[in-house]
Ligand binder design. Structure first.
Ligand SMILES: Nc1ncnc2c1ncn2[C@@H]1O[C@H](COP(=O)(O)OP(=O)(O)O)[C@@H](O)[C@H]1O
Ligand SMILES: [Mg+2]
Length: 304
């Protein structure tokens, strides 16, 4: 495991704020892991705790196989902080150079790597432009280049696409996928479901400092298979056939949607309906989006 937390707890303000409340998570190597949750869920607190910026109240965690108290692992970690700010009077190249020097990287290496990184994040043309002229998307891409200076094995990105337009978001997504394909592990904090849904291999939902659920995107989406059925009624009312087979049923705008556990159960229902002389006209699978699911489990706060 690249990241492993065990009952990690962080209280602020002498215990009045329980930002993390027994949070246990595992992140595998080479995966994009999306930590989703509404504002105030504890996502930033978790990442800051893992990075040793703040200390946990209780519980433990390991990153890259080492306890979080071992700061040496930081040499293999990149971090893009939420709402980061670089000195605005510097240009992109200077920022990467000074920050690289502060992390102990040597000049020769930086001279080689900085142009490569600027190219990677599509900022080569702007290398000598002072960053006060940068858009939010450009600033985020520069932040990403900064997080990649030490060629890290593990990247922590706190709200990387926040406030960025759709084209900029796609650029960042593509970049993250190519980094994952190089074998890096990427830990993304986000309250933007659609962003995380598209690129994460694994997702965890955090609320009030607690992990509500973890799983692959597929697992989240196929919580239950839903189908919309179109038919003319047979001998028994449709609701009775469903009740008999213990299949939940919802009716909206004259259409019936059933939730089944498996393909087999769907076929049982069809057999039963045919026996009762229903005429089936259509069976349409309905995918539950992660967003529906998220709003379902997290509640109204999630609707940002
Ligand atoms: N330094 C702090 N002192 C007191 N409370 C804090 C501090 N930092 C965060 N909090 C509180 O902890 C909770 C979790 O915050 P945070 O980790 O920033 O959540 P998220 O990143 O998911 O939005 C929130 O209620 C927030 O107000
Ligand atoms: Mg945050």
């Amino acid at each position: 495991m690249v990241v492993e937390t065990l009952e990690l707890t962080k209280h602020y303000s002498k215990g009045k704020v329980k930002a993390l409340d027994g949070c246990s998570l595992r992140v595998e190597k080479g995966k994009i892991f999306g930590l989703l949750g509404p504002n105030g869920a504890g996502k930033t607190t978790l990442v800051k705790t893992l990075l040793g910026i703040i200390h946990p109240t209780s519980g433990s965690a390991r990153i890259l196989g080492e306890p979080i108290s071992n700061y040496r692992v930081h040499a293999h970690i990149g971090y893009l902080a939420e709402n980061h700010r670089f000195p605005e009077f510097l240009n992109a190249r200077q920022i990467l150079f000074y920050y690289g020097k502060m992390s102990g990287l040597n000049t020769e290496l930086l001279y080689k790597r900085i142009p490569e990184l600027l190219d990677l994040v599509h900022l080569s043309k702007w290398a000598k432009t002072r960053i006060h002229k940068f858009s939010k998307g450009m600033a985020q891409r520069l932040g990403l280049a900064h997080a990649l200076l030490n060629d890290p094995d593990l990247l922590f990105l706190d709200e990387p696409t926040d406030g960025i337009d759709p084209v900029g978001r796609k650029e960042i997504r593509d970049l993250l996928i190519s980094l994952r394909n190089q074998g890096k592990t990427i830990f993304i904090n986000s309250h933007q479901l659609s962003e995380v849904e598209r690129i994460s291999d694994e997702i965890a939902i955090l609320k009030n400092g607690k992990v509500l659920k973890t799983g692959s995107v597929e697992e989240f989406i196929s919580v239950k298979q839903q189908y919309q059925l179109l038919f003319t009624e047979g001998d028994t009312p449709f609701s009775e056939v469903c009740a008999e087979l213990n299949i939940p049923l919802v009716q909206t705008d004259g259409l019936f949607t059933v939730s089944v556990e498996s393909d087999l159960q769907l076929n049982h229902l069809i057999d039963e309906l045919r026996q009762q002389r229903f005429i089936l006209q259509g069976i349409v699978p309905r995918k539950i989006s992660l967003e529906d699911y998220f709003i379902d489990v997290v509640g109204e706060e999630a609707q940002v």
